[in-house]
Design a protein around this ligand. Structure first.
Ligand code: ATP
Ligand code: MG
Length: 613
């Protein structure tokens, strides 16, 4: 490709809203332009790299036997109503109506569409396992699109879905996907941190996220200094820093020397800090009780105390009931925070949030700030594991300006459910090896997930097993953001002058810079370009009549991995010479013009091989 015929509008100015390197450089190097907030157009150079990331993903998906299909981006709203997500997806999902007033969804993800396609074709166990994927447009009306294509509104995702007859088969595909993801990111030149998205302590292997370290990352990763434990803080577990009771008897025995609990006057004292100051003690001695509202709860609440629950129609006979709204009390040690993602997952809820003051007063019959577990009958009580080790605590007394002291778990109150819902922090200890935990900020590039029967059940998917009996397949899903992966490559590979593409995803492998595109220089440059091109190397030939300095700056900015400079001086040597420079290195070398193309081809092949292995 000749530069003069290309469309590479480089910029000296940085867009005002571009605060991270990839965002700045994608604009400055002429890869991208903005159409509106969260909506971006890839220009030719950007699209070349984008397609390379897609192709790497495609090759690795194909290599593990996943099959590419191309569904539509706009799908019938009916499918989302069947799965129950029409109601639960909220406002990030773009819904449209056609002229006949039918509902449609602009896919934010595609479990429904894929499941519907497979449902119509699946009849026998012989068709399973099956893994299908697409590399296709998604739309999410993100509240705050930011950092360029890192969080756009329209973006491209590779999403794969698989169906299986049993857990073992699902696990095989899940593991193969995990290995494919590691290869994909390595081939793109990325260092990813795979994190267990469910707690490693439970030996869970149902969800893994692929993160890149990033100051602007939305995820806090919890890592162990001693072993390779890595988890998203949304799910991380830690070693207990308390002695839990294994049973109610155990808890009662531990409280044998605790005096009976008694009321204490705590006028105008509501917060833990105020209580600590008032009682001259530490937050660890308190049990704080928080009231939560949960939405779309799939947990069986038939044994729970009334908690303002509304039951939605079951989608099918075997499906669990879904409660559109339910309230819970959560008791946790005073120095800890409740992790709402862990809580939501324990409650099988789509979302949890602190109940409003009005709801707290209505449900506990107490002003805000005085809730406590003793005598709380109106709500199911979730007890964080830490509390099961507390046998002489201070709690709210469910009355204004009153607290209880000498409260013991097991003796004075029990749990409706015991769960680990604490937020793990830096300085806590690893549940696997007791090493100290620390944190890093990370950005999620991909996610693999065992879905279970969620969609095959709600959307009535079945097949006949070896005995002719109808069965429901189990599912997995696997996503990678193509745009975010590309932007992350630039985050990891750049300097002050511009991008430094790994050769695997570079828009061109080589840029040839003739000092002056004329005479013998032009002849040699054209010949070298032809030789390289015929060896399968992608060449950008800077034939512009710009000053060499301008050409060098653009070559650095656009980040083409290899630069060949051809000038009169080099060609005038006994053996004509050209200068070869790797974008990632400072120094250049002089090479015989004759040997230049063979030399470059070898180096590029070596680099690709290194990334591929
Ligand atoms: P996030 O927490 O960052 O919003 P997510 O959990 O919603 O991500 P998934 O639904 O698992 O993401 O989608 C799979 C992949 O799609 C993500 O790992 C990410 O790479 C990409 N992705 C998701 N949302 C966006 C977005 N708004 N812009 C660009 N890529 C995105
Ligand atoms: Mg999201």
């Amino acid at each position: 490709m000749n530069y003069s015929g290309a469309f590479i509008p480089t910029l000296r100015e940085v867009p005002a809203d571009a605060v991270i390197a990839s965002h700045r450089l994608m604009f400055r190097a002429g890869l991208l332009r903005k159409l509106a907030n969260g909506l971006f157009a890839y220009l030719p150079l950007g699209l070349r790299s984008f397609r390379k990331v897609e192709q790497i993903i495609r090759e690795e998906m194909d290599a593990i036997g996943a099959l590419e299909i191309k569904p539509t981006v706009v799908v019938p709203g009916e499918l989302w109503k069947e799965s129950g997500r029409w109601d639960s997806m909220g406002e990030s999902m773009l819904r449209v109506k056609n002229r006949l007033d039918n509902d449609f969804v602009v896919s934010p993800t595609a479990e429904e569409a894929f499941t519907a396609i497979v449902r119509d074709e699946l009849s026998s166990y012989r068709q399973l396992p099956l893994a299908l994927y697409q590399i296709n447009t998604k739309f999410r009306d993100e509240i705050r699109p930011r950092y360029g294509v890192m969080r756009g509104r329209e973006f491209v995702m590779k999403d794969a879905y698989s169906w299986h007859t049993d857990d073992k088969s699902l696990d095989d595909t899940y593991q193969a996907m995990g290995r494919a993801y590691r290869r994909i990111f390595k081939r793109c030149g990325l260092s990813v941190i795979p994190v267990k998205a469910d707690s490693g302590a439970m030996g869970g292997s149902g969800s893994e996220e692929f993160m890149v370290e990033s100051e602007i990352g939305d995820n806090t990763l919890i890592l162990c200094k001693k072993c390779d434990y890595a988890a998203n803080s949304e799910k991380a577990a830690c070693a207990p820093d308390f002695t839990p009771s294994s049973s109610i008897e155990d808890a009662k025995a531990a409280a044998v020397n605790t005096p009976a609990f008694e009321k204490i006057d705590t006028p105008n004292v509501k917060t833990i800090d105020e209580l600590c100051a008032f009682l001259k003690t530490e937050p660890q001695t308190f049990i704080k009780t928080l009231i939560y509202r949960a939405v779309n709860v799939e947990l069986d609440l038939s044994s729970a105390p009334a908690c303002a629950k509304l039951q939605r129609k079951k989608p099918s006979a075997e499906a669990p009931a879904v409660y559109t709204e339910a309230f819970f009390a959560v008791a946790i040690r005073g120095d800890l925070d409740v992790n709402e993602v862990k809580l939501a997952s324990a409650l099988k809820a789509s979302e949890v949030s602190l109940a409003s003051d009005t709801d707290v007063v209505r449900l506990t019959n107490t002003p805000v700030g005085f809730a406590g577990p003793v005598g709380l009958t109106a709500l199911p009580l979730i007890v964080d594991r830490t509390v099961t080790g507390m046998n002489d605590a201070v709690t709210g007394a469910l009355e204004k300006d009153l607290h209880y002291k000498h409260v013991a778990y097991g003796r004075d109150f029990t749990a409706w459910m015991i769960e680990d819902v604490r937020t793990v922090k830096a300085g806590d200890h690893c549940s696997l090896c007791s090493g100290e935990l620390y944190t890093k900020m990370g950005n999620e590039l991909g996610h693999i997930f065992k879905l279970g029967y969620k969609y095959t059940r709600s959307m009535n998917v079945s097949y006949l097993d070896e005995n002719g009996k109808s069965q429901m397949p189990i599912m997995g899903c696997y996503g990678i953001g193509v745009d975010r992966t590309l932007a992350s490559v630039i985050e990891e590979h750049h300097d002050e002058a511009g991008i430094i593409w790994p050769v695997s995803v570079a828009p061109y492998h080589v840029i040839i810079v003739p000092i002056k595109y004329d005479g013998a220089v032009k002849e040699s440059a054209d010949k070298l370009a032809t030789e390289l091109t015929s060896a399968g190397i992608e060449v950008l030939l800077d034939d512009r009549s710009e000053r060499p300095g301008v050409k060098f700056n653009d070559a650095d900015l656009t980040g083409i991995p290899w630069r060949v400079v051809i000038g009169d001086k080099g060609l005038a040597q006994n053996i004509p010479q050209v200068e070869i420079k790797r974008r990632s290195e400072k120094d250049s070398t002089m090479t015989d013009l004759d040997k230049a193309s063979a030399d470059i081809v070898k180096k590029i092949r070596e680099e690709i091989a290194r990334l591929n292995n």
